[in-house]
Design a protein around this ligand. Sequence first.
Ligand SMILES: [Zn+2]
Ligand SMILES: [Zn+2]
Length: 256
Amino acid sequence: MNVIIDISNNIEEKECRICFESTNVEDLISPCYCRGTSKWVHHSCLQTWRENSENQDARIKCMECNYEYNLISTNVPENIPFLKHFIDDNDQIKGKYTSAYLFLLLYSLMSYPILFEPLEKYNNYVSIDILNYYQPNNKKIFLDFIKINDFYYMLYYYSLNLSINNNIIYFIIIMNLFCNIKYKRYFFRNIFLDFYKNIIFLNLAYIFYFLFFICDLNGTFILLNFTMQLLNYYTTRKLLLKMNYIIKNINANNCD
Ligand SMILES: [Zn+2]
Ligand SMILES: [Zn+2]
């Protein structure tokens, strides 16, 4: 008797067994042996159901007819292209990273007399203005200090240029991640604190200067800023390894 078989083939009768809606017909699938009112289910509804199920079995099979779903991974693996340049297949930092950092140090050293100094002189030392909240007295103390000390003068502008370049690199990394990461919420929830710490650390000298207004400790400020720019080599390195770790984690858990 074939009379009542598969009335659900009739398009009007298709209804999702989870949300009981007949809308989005093109998303309706029949994933198991269940027939009748349980035959159809929205792909998205089933996906949510599986993900939220406490029962591990319910993630892989229909709990009514026990049919194991044909699960095909539709997830494209997570991938950050620039990371491959710096981390090898054994999750170790490549020597290329050190070379890139040395290049940055050298580039900043070469570029500051060409870019920064003339611009600063032309703008009446605007960076020192900003650093001292536009207070003429403090600016004068700072300026007098670096003008009689060639070493500090050079180091101040070198560190300033380096810190701007380092901050730009962080900005580029974050933009790059936003464009490439598909599981943004998970990824950024796990990496947020590391980014935050790194950027604070990178700009620690400025933060100290702003907070405590150590204008009579100009030399300390300049040395601290320079040290932070160098230590950024280690903190960025740690950040890259953490990113790699999170990406691997996402990909390992993406098999279903
Ligand atoms: Zn549904
Ligand atoms: Zn079933």
